[in-house]
Design a protein around this ligand. Sequence first.
Ligand code: SR1
Ligand code: MG
Length: 399
Amino acid sequence: MSQYRTFSARDAVAYAQQFGGLDNPSELVDAQEVGDGNLNLVFKIFDAQGVSRIIVKQALPYVRCVGESWPLTLDRARLEAQTLVEHYQHSPQHTVKIHHFAPELAVMVMEDLSDHKIWRGELIANVYYPQAATQLGNYLAQTLFHTSDFSLHPHQKKAQVAQFINPEMCEITEDLFFNDPYQIHERNNYPPALEADVAALRDDAQLKLAVAALKHRFLSHAEALLHGDIHSGSIFVADGSLKAIDAEFGYFGPIGFDVGTAIGNLLLNYCGLPGHLGIRDAAAAREQRLDDIQTLWATFAERFQALATEKTRDVALAQPGYASAFLKKVWADAIGFCGTELIRRSVGLSHVADIDTIKDEEMRHECLRHAISLGKALIVIAERIDSVEELIARVRQYS
Ligand code: SR1
Ligand code: MG
C-alpha cells in the first residue's frame, strides 16, 4: 500500500480520465467530493456542461465518521470492488458497474448513478417505487445462490471464501450488531430518555442467548458471498431500476444476514414513518412497507428455490426438499438478524435517518422505543415465526 495517497478533486479527475473508459476523456473537467457515508471519499466527476459522468471512490485509512483515532484497512476497497464485480456477474441489472479498481490506491472508478436516488431518502419522503422490493429479492437470490455451495464447485467455493476473508470489516459488524448494544460501551449512542429501555437489553439473558447464537452464525457460516451491508442507504433506485452499491463489508457469511438487513431497514422506516408523516398519514405508507417485505421475501425464496431446482451442481444438495428446508433456516436467521439491525441502529454507533431526522423529540424517542421493542421480540421469537405473513402479524402486534 506504499503508493497510497489521499485523492484531491484534481487527482480524482485525472484518475477518471485515465480509467473511466470514456471515448473522449478530456471531456472530464471537474470533481466534487460528495461522500456522506461513514467510511470513504466519493467524487462525482463532471464534464464541461456540469453533467456528472462517472464516480471515483477511495477508501480512507480510517473510519471517516469517527476520525483518524479509528484506523481501518485499505484492503476494504479491493473487497468492495471484487464483491461488486462478482455480484455484477450474477445480477448485472441490480449491481453498480465497476470500471476499474486499483488496490494500491484503494480506489475504484464506477458507473455514475446520478439519475437514481438513494432508496432510504425516498422511503423517508414517502416516494414509492413499486418494483423495488421485487428487484431487491431478485438481486439477493441471484447473488447469494450463485456464490453458494448449491452453485459453486467445492474447490472454487473454498478459493472464493479465502479471497473474501474480510476480518476488519466483519469485526465492525461483530461489535456493532452483536456486542455493543448489549453492554455499556462508549460507542453506543442513544438519548438519556431511553436509558431504561437500553438497560433492559443488557439485563435480558434470554435475548443475549439468542444474540449469541446469531453472532456465532455470522462468525462461522460461510454460506455465500454476502453484500454485508445491504441497508436502504446502500441501494439506488429510479423508475423501474434498482442498483446495489457499497459492498465493503462483503464476505462469505450466512445468507439470512443480507436478507435480514434488507428487511430490517424496511422495518426501521416503518417505525420512523409516524415521525415524518404523522400517525394518520403514516398508516398507508406503513402498509406499503409491509407489502414490500412480503414481496421481497416471496421473490427471494421463489427465485432461490427455482435456481436450486434448475441449477444445483452438488449431488447431495440437489436432493428434492433440501433447498426448501435450507430456505426455512435462512428465514429464521433473517428474522433474528433483522432484529439485531433494528436494535443496533437505535442504540449503537450508527443510526438511520428514518428515525434520527424526526424533528419532534418525543416522537423520535417513541419511534426508537418501537424499533427496540420490535427488534427484541423478533430476535427472541425468530424460530417461531414460520412465514412472512406471521412476521407481518407480529409487526402489527408490536405497533
Ligand atoms: C463504523 S461503520 C458504521 C456502519 O456504517 C456502515 O454503513 C455499516 O452499516 C456500519 O455498521
Ligand atoms: Mg456503506
